[in-house]
Design a protein. Structure first.
Length: 148
């Protein structure tokens, strides 16, 4: 069970948080778009810390699970807490794949593929603009002030 509040955003919380997004962040997080490969802020990030949802701040991945997949997007072998992500069958663009969304705010993060390294064999391919990063030793920002 997660130590974070996974309750859906209220309409007021959603409006407030969506107002802070750039056009590219809106396109990816809210319209299920994707950023161009090899252009994201976190593609080559090597610092130790936590990657959280850009919209609601829910922690999604640890830097220790990040690897260089060569695909042009940040890739992870496993989420920091499986309850923090939702998997949705995605049949867009003439293919079948699994979309990954934040469990709290339902924002699009990327996709998961079964071509990752051991031990999971999974590759969580995530858009940099869907994430924020907090270095180890710093407090995670609580954009909702819900605690956790």
């Amino acid at each position: 069970m997660s130590s974070f509040d996974l309750s859906p955003l209220t309409p007021d919380e959603r409006r407030r948080l969506e107002a802070t997004l750039t056009a590219e962040e809106r396109h990816v997080l809210l319209e299920h778009g994707t950023e161009r490969p090899f252009c994201g802020t976190f593609v080559h990030q090597k610092q130790s810390g936590t990657y959280s949802c850009r919209l609601c701040g829910l922690p999604l991945f640890r830097a220790t699970e990040k690897f260089d997949s060569g695909t042009g997007w940040p890739s992870f072998t496993t989420p920091s807490d499986g309850a923090h992500l939702r998997s949705i069958r995605d049949t867009s663009h003439g293919m079948v794949r699994t979309e990954i969304r934040c469990a709290r705010c339902d924002s699009h993060q990327g996709h998961v593929f079964a071509d990752g390294p051991p031990p999971t064999g999974l590759r969580y391919c995530i858009n940099s603009v869907s994430l924020t990063f907090t270095p180890d030793g710093e407090a995670l920002p609580d954009v909702l002030a819900r605690g956790g």
